[in-house]
Write a protein that binds this ligand. Structure first.
Ligand SMILES: *Cc1c(COP(=O)(O)O)cnc(C)c1O
Length: 417
């Protein structure tokens, strides 16, 4: 039972200071708690509010690109100093925010030119708006897909002002189907990688190479941002879990005029989208009025540049967290699991995540704990996110940087206490 006389709002707010929240938010919490006759739980209310803020977490789910945890983790830090975002240091004149990062990405993809927008949905929207507004775009019925939360090809098409022309069937679309769909209103052929599902059995798709014989540019939304299918940055080449994933270099080499992809999936960078390909087409995207609304800021472009340089140096496995996680030998994870000293070491299967590579897994190792302790793990000072199966909690070490093993152990002990 609550005390009959409520405390003053100010006194209650001041008593919540240890939550670390700014005073005006504590006043809101105190006021609401008093209004609800629930002031004895004001500390819990403040803690819940603090927990709702963005904060670093330990991802022990084994999902490398966890969409709810911001997809690819990045190392980028700001130093409170300006950068030459639109300033040419050589001439002292105004420069282009796209020129430098764009040319690094073009270099990586083997493209003539590239520009960066806020995400891949924005990239596809901009390409369709700039290159096909008021005209027709051919899309295979098997690729008229929904990806993630709300990226639906027909709806993006509608927003762009381009008209979708469905060709072929859900499971089989041949070159002849595309030919039948062509008219003098056709601006583009759009190929969309159905990242998050697979049609199995009696299927047939027309490749970018086959489509490149048509008289219209082929735009390929490859989705995940794998740069090169040969993975020259991995000493032993492409791992089995990557097989079949379309890559920018090979898609452009096969004849695509444009590729678009996210940079926070297999690329391993911050959230952004890339449009790379033939210079005349990329230029038209860059000059379109929507570009101003879709362009990223200095924070994103600087972080993206770091990742692009890492690919060119071929040291992504030590400098890009996604590739560090992906390249760690399972024997190393097993040693860490044994050394943790909590739970029981267990072999696991990690997932690439971000809706990419459905059905593929990579070998992993972690520990299993009896019971569902995920709630207590999330409430630790550094929240730990874990998975539960059949009333057992699994902590997968593939997604935990080794320097956080100590923090993971401390959080787990506290959660179990
Ligand atoms: C992920 C994905 C998208 C959406 O990309 P965002 O960067 O999340 O906007 C679009 N198309 C494909 C094929 C994808 O895999």
């Amino acid at each position: 039972m609550s005390a009959p006389r409520p405390p003053s709002v100010d006194a209650l707010a001041r008593s919540l200071a240890s939550s670390g929240l700014p005073h005006p938010l504590l006043v809101d919490v105190a006021r609401a708690a008093i209004a609800d006759g629930d002031w004895e739980h004001a500390h819990d209310r403040a803690a819940n509010l603090a927990q709702s803020l963005l904060q670093p977490v330990i991802n022990a789910t084994g999902v490398l690109l966890h969409t709810n945890l911001g997809r690819a983790p990045i190392l980028h830090e700001q130093h409170g100093r300006p950068v030459n975002l639109e300033f040419d240091l050589a001439t002292g004149r105004r420069g282009s925010r796209q020129a430098s990062v764009g040319s690094l990405l073009a270099r990586l993809c083997g493209a003539e030119s590239a520009v960066v927008v806020n995400n891949n949905a924005a990239a596809v929207l901009l390409v369709l708006s700039a290159l096909a507004e008021g005209q027709e775009v051919l899309v295979s019925r098997g690729e008229s897909v929904e990806i993630g939360g709300g990226f639906r090809v027909p709806e993006v098409m509608e927003q762009s002002g381009a008209r979708l022309v469905d060709v072929g069937t859900t499971n089989r679309t041949r070159l002849a189907d595309y030919r039948r769909g062509l008219s003098d209103r056709t601006a583009l052929v759009l190929k969309v990688h159905p990242s998050n599902y697979r049609v199995e059995g009696f299927t047939e798709e027309t490749t970018v190479g086959e489509l490149s014989v048509l008289d219209v540019p082929v735009v390929a939304d490859i989705g995940s941002g794998l740069i090169d299918a040969t993975c020259p940055w991995l000493p032993s080449g492409p791992p089995p879990w990557l097989v079949g994933e379309p890559a920018a270099v090979q898609t452009l080499a096969a004849g695509a005029s444009i590729v678009t992809f996210s940079t926070d999936k297999l690329f391993g960078g911050p959230q952004a989208g890339v449009i790379a390909g033939r210079a005349v087409l990329v230029e038209r995207c860059a000059r379109h009025p929507l570009m101003r609304a879709l362009r990223p800021g200095a924070l994103t472009l600087t972080a993206l540049q770091e990742v692009a340089l890492a690919y060119l140096r071929r040291d992504v496995t030590t400098t890009v967290p996604f590739w560090t996680m992906a390249a760690t030998p399972v024997s190393v994870l097993e040693q860490r699991a044994v050394a943790l000293g909590v739970g029981t070491p267990v072999a696991l299967e990690a997932l690439p995540g971000a809706g990419s590579l459905p059905g593929t897994t990579m070998p992993s190792f972690g520990v299993v704990i009896d019971g569902d302790v995920t709630d207590a793990l999330r409430r630790q000072p550094t929240p730990v996110i874990a998975r539960v199966r059949e009333q057992r909690t699994y902590l997968d070490l593939r997604t935990v940087p080794p320097d956080l093993d100590g923090g993971l152990v401390a959080a787990t002990r506290a959660a179990l206490a």
